[in-house]
Design a binder for this molecule. Sequence first.
Ligand code: GLA
Length: 454
Amino acid sequence: MRPDLRARLSPIYGPDAPQALELQCERIGRALMRFRQVYGPGPVQLFRAPGRVNLIGEHTDYNHGYVLPMALDKDVILLARPRSDAQVCLENIEADFAPRAFEIGADMPPRPAGDWANYAQGPAQLLAREYGPNLAGCDVLVSGEAPCGVPRGAGLSSSSAFTVAFAVMLVSLNRLPLRGPALADACGRAEWYVGTRGGVMDQFISILAERDRALFLDCRPQPQTGGYTYRQVPIPKGYNVVVVDSCVKHANTGPLFNRRVAEGRIGVRLLREHYPQITHLRDVSDIPWADLEPLLPEAISADALRARGIEPDTILDNGLNPDTDQFQVRRRCRHVISENRRVLQSVAALQAGDMATFGRLMAEAHASARDDYEISTPEIEALVAAASAAPGCCGARLTGAGWGGCIVALVESSAVTAFVHYVTTAYRRQVGIEAEAFICRSAPGAGCLLTTLV
Ligand code: GLA
């Protein structure tokens, strides 16, 4: 491997992590070989974007609330060569993803839900709409393979990492004036193309991440500038963030996710009858729950909403899934409003080194996600119970959108090896599945690694 590549990779994956660096070098070598086989010899550019784990603040981002994610040192990498036309050719090192091609334009119909090219077409269409129609295309090879890639379908944001890597690449190849928070915001909007109405957390952390730090982000854009407020929060020395993957994936969670988004918006519409100035659940953070609760029905049907002048089909711009006739408004809003408070308290606790409080807030966040947001699963419950009982663990909770995937735990560094053994053994005994655990060694945010790799 060329020394300039190694020098470029070392600060990203950590000078203290020679094994990770070695694996990344091998991975890039394989990708380069494949790129040449498919597209022929010549210079290639190299881009990357990391996945993330969220420490606390789940399902708050699309309600303009607070989040505290951390980037992984697992990422999606793209090898790219600019073209003179607007064509994008996509190859993936993994055989599960068949080659795709499209022409960049302002009106590209999405492919069927779940098609991996949608995560590239989304940012391409958004950039074409916002930066003019003459964007140059490129030949691309994508690598997200294990163990360096972001595990897929595990709630660690592998799709957003791909969207961000693709956007960063198109912006760079076309020399567009877009970076930092504005780029993250654009990537958030670009991902709506796939049909899920997520927030901006995953894209922000993938772009703004710093080593060994979590990102405290206020997901409300400032009204005048559209800018965001955020702060890097160091993880106290002596503790590790550990991710344990239940290895249970739930397919097609998009409609379930959108239903949660809709329930929050319905809550806002109902609260607006009494608080007309509010636009998001974030706006009622300072109002006591006892005042809000009577205004929010436990559940409400589509017909009952219509009777109150709220047309359910206007709640989400792409309409609601027809089997969403009952909306669980009260408990969903209770989760979001209480979770926002927990994030603020957790950031204060982390900065004060008060890990006991941080751990307690993680446990409360988990209970709220399970009972009020109803996004846990029996497998995740088994993992969280085992993790919470393990010596040296400050706190544990489900992380990501839910319905499977991973838990995150904050663990005393000296106890990490025993923790992993304890949790995976308990999970194997109880659920019969081999869980996969790793320490989150956070890496810096997305970018171009090399402009000429030959
Ligand atoms: C997904 C979405 C994010 C966020 C989380 C839940 O990862 O993409 O925007 O809503 O779920 O916190």
